[in-house]
Ligand binder design. Structure first.
Ligand code: ADP
Ligand code: MG
Length: 480
């Protein structure tokens, strides 16, 4: 066995979620991505002496809502601490964070790997603020600082070391992105840095229940980089152990250009940060009403939709995952499935027609030109055999989109798409065709059963494709 296969990866994540609140964590500065550098900077963001921070209710609400979704314990007492370090993008010289009393403790995030579901334990969630952004790439001799991001509200979600592969990390980040979007607390956009993660990686011999020494890879802002960083780092650690060395706990930086992790600094101990209670923000108590109200307003969660689609609507794993990807799509599908009484057909219509159209037109589903009644009528026409499936999808559907105020039935009539499903009428046609080809009838009766297709084709031709194929088949089989 190759040495790599004798080892198991153990990964724990620290995920930073940038919240899409209107203002920053502790000041009235606007919180918006992409503004001109250094335009969203009041004295609090700039760390001017004497400038006082304030709580942002929206940050506390976002934290509690995320905690409730994950089944965490919500701490009723909220306090903040100062974490000191020196860096040019941190004008105050400290970050306001929650060191001793995190807002949420415990909980689980269900993640889906292929068709397998797994729950990852959450250690805690705490509130904090982002630092500014340094731009080092402009020149050799100086760097630029943009402080718009300084003070932007963050939630840090810390997982237990429950993940075992880059695939599981990917699934965890996707689930997290999906969840914060469901809750509407963040856009979860990794490219814009709204969702970032530090990966703690260690390795151990398979079968061992002891944790190895870990290294922390900082600030991975794309899943592709995270995957590569974890793969490189786990191999580095295994090689080291195989050569009789020891892993040293440290903080690493991953360079996407070289694909290599390198030490950023040796791991600081908590006392290096000289944490102490933030004196400018007195602790607050969250009331039961505050928490209960948020609990009541909690939306149906992605994994709950998935389970309903699988169990109650009998959809495939693939369709269930796809339709629960976004809250808006899930709710829309459920409504269409319920009203039409045809879950599978509704799923197909949504996946193959409605979603591609609304994506192409960049319109929310709620603005889709056809309303639910029309969509149900459309599905009913197919189900009843009034219009064939292919005519409905290929001809009626585009026509409906052109004239969204028309009823599907009227339009189908006008386009001459109604199937001949009147038995007497069809029987006549079938009899005529059978009489027309006595040789083929004989051959069929002598065992050339494949000729059924020929007869079907003739009937469809005679009816200009408007006969209900199921009925034609039944009638032909009778006659032949
Ligand atoms: P800190 O980074 O402040 O020292 P913790 O020790 O609580 O905090 O760990 C932070 C993260 O490291 C958590 O996500 C946790 O799951 C993960 N972690 C802890 N020990 C290991 C380990 N041996 N291997 C991999 N990940 C680990
Ligand atoms: Mg850490």
């Amino acid at each position: 066995m190759h040495p790599y296969e004798q080892y198991e990866l153990v990964i724990g994540l620290e995920v930073h979620v940038q919240l899409s609140t209107r203002s920053k964590a502790f000041s009235a500065d606007e919180n918006a991505f992409g503004a001109e550098p250094n335009t969203q900077v009041d004295p609090v963001s700039l760390g001017h002496p004497g400038a006082l921070p304030r709580y942002n209710r929206a940050q506390v609400e976002s934290a509690v809502r995320l905690g409730l979704a994950l089944g965490s314990q919500i701490a009723r007492r909220q306090s903040f601490d100062r974490k000191h370090y020196f860096y040019t993008d941190l004008p105050k010289g400290y970050q306001i964070t929650q060191d001793r009393e995190p807002v949420c403790v415990g909980g689980r995030l269900p993640i889906r790997i292929g068709e397998r579901w797994q729950e990852v334990r959450i250690h805690h969630i705490h509130m904090e603020e982002d630092a500014g952004k340094s731009l080092h790439d402009r020149s050799e001799s100086y760097s630029l600082i943009d402080l718009n991001r300084a003070g932007v509200p963050l939630l840090e979600v810390v997982s237990e070391p429950d993940l075992r592969s880059p695939e599981e990390v990917d699934a965890f980040m996707s689930a997290m992105r999906q969840l914060v979007r469901y809750l509407g607390i963040s856009d979860g956009n990794m490219e814009e840095g709204s969702l970032r993660c530090d990966c703690n990686v260690s390795v151990r011999k398979r079968g061992s229940d002891q944790l190895g020494t870990r290294c922390e890879i900082k600030n991975l802002n794309s899943m592709r980089y995270a995957r590569r960083a974890i793969e490189f780092e786990s191999r580095r650690q295994i090689d080291l152990l195989e050569q009789g060395g020891q892993v040293v706990q440290q903080t690493l930086h991953f360079d996407p250009a070289t694909g290599v992790t390198s030490p950023l600094r040796s791991k600081e101990d908590a006392h290096d940060y000289r944490y102490f209670s933030e004196p400018d923000l007195p602790p607050i108590e969250l009331s039961d009403e505050f928490v209960d109200e948020l609990r009541r307003a909690s939306p149906t969660l992605p994994w709950e939709w998935y389970r309903r689609f699988r169990q109650e609507n009998d959809l495939s794993d693939y369709d269930s995952a796809l339709l629960s990807e976004e809250s808006e799509i899930a709710a829309y599908f459920r409504e269409l499935a319920t009203q039409s009484g045809q879950a599978k057909a509704a799923a197909n219509l949504l996946i193959n027609k409605i979603l591609p159209h609304s994506r192409q037109e960049r319109m929310p589903l709620t603005e889709f030109p056809l309303d639910l009644t029309q969509l149900c009528d459309f599905l009913a026409l197919i189900e009843a055999g009034t219009v064939s499936h292919s005519a409905a999808y290929q001809q009626l559907w585009p026509a409906l989109l052109e004239s969204p105020d028309r009823s599907p039935l009227d339009l189908a009539k006008q386009l001459n798409l109604l199937q001949v499903s009147n038995v007497d009428q069809l029987e006549e046609v079938v009899e005529k065709i059978v009489a027309q080809f006595p040789d083929k009838v004989k051959a069929f009766r002598n065992g050339k059963k494949g000729l059924l297709g020929f007869f079907m084709g003739e009937v469809m031709k005679a009816t200009q494709g408007k006969a209900d194929p199921k009925m034609v088949k039944r009638l032909l089989e009778g006659k032949l």
